[in-house]
Design a protein around this ligand. Sequence first.
Ligand code: ISL
Ligand code: CA
Length: 579
Amino acid sequence: MSLIAPRSQEWWKDATFYQIYPRSFFDANGDGIGDLEGVRSKVDYLHWLGVDAIWLNPIYASPNADWGYDVSDYYHIDPVFGGFDEFDALLQELHRKEMRLVMDLVVNHTSTEHPWFTSSLEDPAGPCGDFYIWQQGVESGPPNNWHSFFGGSAWEFKKEREEYYLHLFAAGQADLNWENPAVRQEVYNVMEWWFRRGIDGFRMDVINMISKDSRFPNDSRILDPIATRGTPYFVNGPKLHDYLREMRSEALQRPEVTAIGECPGATVEDVRMLSNLDRRELDAVIQMELMELDHGAGGKWDIRRWRPEELAAKITEWQSGLQGAAWPANFFSNHDQPRALSRFGDDTTYRYESATMLALLLLAQSGTPFIYYGEEVGMPNADYDEIGHYLDVDTRNYYGLRTMEGKPESQVMETIRYMSRDNARSPMQWDRSPNAGFTRGTPWIPMGRRAREVSVESEQEREPSVLQEYRRLIALRKEERLLRRGRFVPVETGNPSLFAFEKRGDESALLVLVNLTASPQNSGSNSDLQTRFSAGGAPPEIYNNYRESEAPESLAPFESVIYRLAGGREERNDLSNTF
Ligand code: ISL
Ligand code: CA
């Protein structure tokens, strides 16, 4: 049973989301590309799993410079995914099961094949002339030194206009000029059109980058040569809050829809403003700090080692920092990141243990959790060993730039095998048949290296399994309000490999205790943790990913436990359990 009543307000706060990269989920017609009919045929599975809402990556018409994040028509579905019949059927099927559908809204930029761009290019004095960010070059070079997220200058010259246009991402993704009210109106029209079609909200792509400093200053910081340049002038730009407030009043008045913003580079302070519970610009913010744990000074391709206590500290910082002020969106994986299991866990020896550890950490945090397709079966990185198998523009640009500079190919590939976005874009693994049951054709991107080993089928047969534990934890989260909304209180364990926190309410509390490592760990003496256990022995466990356990004295590799603590009187006046 879904927890969400139809049209209830703020349904997203108690919902567990599941993110679907439609190209890779399930191919119903055998052309090798996942499609809407494929998603529809798996709604029963998602319902069985217990998720309440789906976030679908872009399905709009697109030339695929960045797999759908370069939209050429917001009012059409890319025919490889199906048409409106298939879309409406999927939406209906989800709603029949009381599940919600959130779509991607990509309006920081459009494809350079969008008719607005063509018109802007060819007719500067026409209605779309000012739809994009056009600037004169400086001394026969680009207007400034900003660098695209995908490498190289963020400016592209067009001889038709004798000007450069800005692209914070690929050259095929031109940034829209939000200063122009006509652009903003077009965006609101798109939103309203999809709301009328019946969708339940948007996940808004890089929405914190829509306002640029229109003086376009050089970024004069001393930076690693491969780092993105210019961010202080377009991340959280001068008019961002004005635009979001206008968007709320023009396009987001319906109480039943949600607006979740993706905001790379946002700090706790930024998010306390952007999704402030009173200001309500955005309902929740997807921020990236946890994903930057293994980034060095040069950014994502400059990989650094991270320590378990840093992971714990980041979660603590965000859970505590947003408390009472803003609504968190929590995730460990998405289509832009390596698989969390391969990154923060151990995808070989302790695949089950570490995948369930991450499941518990995700689902025990307050806020809205997002599970990424395949995460629930413990899919590891795709780990392709040839550059030709990588189809992501960012990965290919990185390969091109670095090998051209003379960096050894083996080193470049090692980095790519760890960090490429394609690690998490390989097809969903359904069963043991060829192509793991994803398609009867040839998959658009190769199957992950270990596709035969891990699948929904094999995980459903085993007990316990990653999949069964996800299902159990999703159900537990529905029963236990404290998991969803309890007040987060960090607990000192005296051991940097052990992460513990309470989820407190007025009368009772849960205690979460997690071993973040592949070695057994003892819970320290004289710690905060011991005081929770001292009175009357260990409290009752309501979850443990191990069936036999010596917790709390000693935790096996990645062992993860939830205890129910008796309520302390001192909590009586604490009203903040509504996060
Ligand atoms: O994945 C990244 C770089 O490879 C991130 O910097 C990512 O680009 C950033 O988080 C913004 O992501 C979103 O917008 C991009 C798109 O490529 C991503 O897939 C999307 O999630 C541009 O639309
Ligand atoms: Ca297909």
